[in-house]
Design a protein around this ligand. Structure first.
Ligand code: ADP
Ligand code: MG
Length: 348
């Protein structure tokens, strides 16, 4: 009866490692025809037939990649899956399976791990990927999550970072910078809360920004959209560290330069308002902010007509000869060299 007094905190040790794994994974369904064996054996078995397999992995560490003070565990689980699926999308492949490995400290009750898994299950369901395995262990210093995503694609569909040519157009899906400003809003609220725990935050003006930070989505639709438009990008990457840094990756690997136009950057009105409120330059955030999980790609000039009126995509620049370098062309028509600052640089 004592345990029932606080039903929100069941100790994980009551279940043991195998009981915990069984408890967390028993409801995962297998949907992909390529999954021959999922959870429950020494290894999963996958058959991609005549397709190529695409694999990507990420490690997320509490205090480095996320802060549980404003990241609900369910959102963390969802986001951990999404950021990996985004990498598969950036290869122009279709995500099909994930594995999930966690290290949990004993300060986490079972209910916390259940929340994390509810987010993982939600994302797996949303994106129709199978959870086919993982590993579970304990940690003395907070929560670790490592997710590996697998995907499939025809060899001819796969898009690498290294195929951009001079004169190709630079295109991005969605809009930029909102996730970073969402983080700024949440950090401000955390500080307010620390001073006055009674305060009730009014976040109505920031819903889009917070959603972009706490519940990002992977652009699995872009592969389908491009396929319908009969466009194969010449190079592609996802925007995780910030536009500038991703552009430089494409440039370096493709041996080209780039002109990026400030006036073309796709940004949301809520983002602009919040940048004004925080007295932060919107362009700086849009190009360095990171965590947008949009797709950045190059296409041949010939494909411009196919994409120009499409609301999902914005042409933001074009590639140039490598010797010209990579620059932002401002509204005032000045040229500023792009730097790979990543989003941490904004905190300086
Ligand atoms: P092993 O001792 O071979 O590593 P485990 O007992 O760790 O096996 O895992 C048993 C099964 O449960 C395996 O299929 C493994 O992939 C899966 N599994 C373990 N931990 C997790 C987890 N956190 N999430 C999803 N599947 C898991
Ligand atoms: Mg194991």
């Amino acid at each position: 009866m004592l345990e029932n007094k606080n039903p929100q905190r069941t100790s994980i040790s009551q279940l043991g490692e195998f009981g915990l794994i069984e408890h967390l994974t028993k409801n995962f369904e297998i949907r992909q025809p390529s999954t021959l064996k999922g959870i429950g054996d020494d290894a999963a078995v996958i058959d991609f037939k005549d397709k190529k397999a695409v694999v990507s992995t990420d490690l997320l560490i509490e205090g480095i990649h996320f802060d549980l003070a404003y990241m609900p565990l369910k959102h963390l689980g969802y986001k951990a899956v999404v950021v990996n699926l985004s990498d598969i999308c950036a290869m122009n492949a279709k995500p099909t399976q994930i594995t999930v490995s966690i290290a949990i400290s004993n300060r986490f009750p079972l209910e916390a791990v259940e929340e994390l898994y509810a987010g993982i299950a939600l994302a797996a369901n949303e994106y129709k990927v199978d959870v086919i395995g993982g590993d579970t262990t304990s940690s003395q210093t907070g929560l670790f999550i490592s997710i590996t995503a697998l995907g499939e694609a025809d060899e001819s569909e796969i898009v690498y970072r290294n195929g951009a040519k001079a004169n190709d157009l630079l295109v991005v899906s969605g809009d930029l910078g909102a996730a970073y400003m969402g983080l700024q809003v949440l950090e401000r609220e955390k500080q307010v809360f620390l001073v006055n725990p009674q305060s009730q935050p009014d976040l109505d003006a920031y819903t889009y920004l917070i959603e972009r930070q706490l519940k990002p989505e992977a652009r699995t639709d872009v592969r389908t959209l491009l396929h319908a438009l009969e466009i194969k990008p010449t190079s592609m990457i996802d925007v995780s560290d910030g536009l500038s840094s991703e552009i430089l990756h494409l440039c370096k690997q493709s041996g080209v330069g780039c002109n990026l136009f400030e006036e073309k950057l796709p940004i949301d009105p809520q983002f602009i308002n919040t940048c004004e409120e925080f007295n932060i330059d919107a362009t700086t955030v849009a190009i360095n902010g990171g965590e947008d999980y949009e797709l950045l790609f190059t296409i041949g000039l010939d494909d411009f007509d196919k994409i120009k009126a499409n609301p999902n995509f914005t042409v933001i620049g074009h590639m140039v000869d490598e010797k010209e370098g990579a620059h932002l062309i401002t509204r005032a028509n000045t040229k500023i060299a792009l730097k790979a600052r990543g989003w941490n640089a904004l905190e300086e």
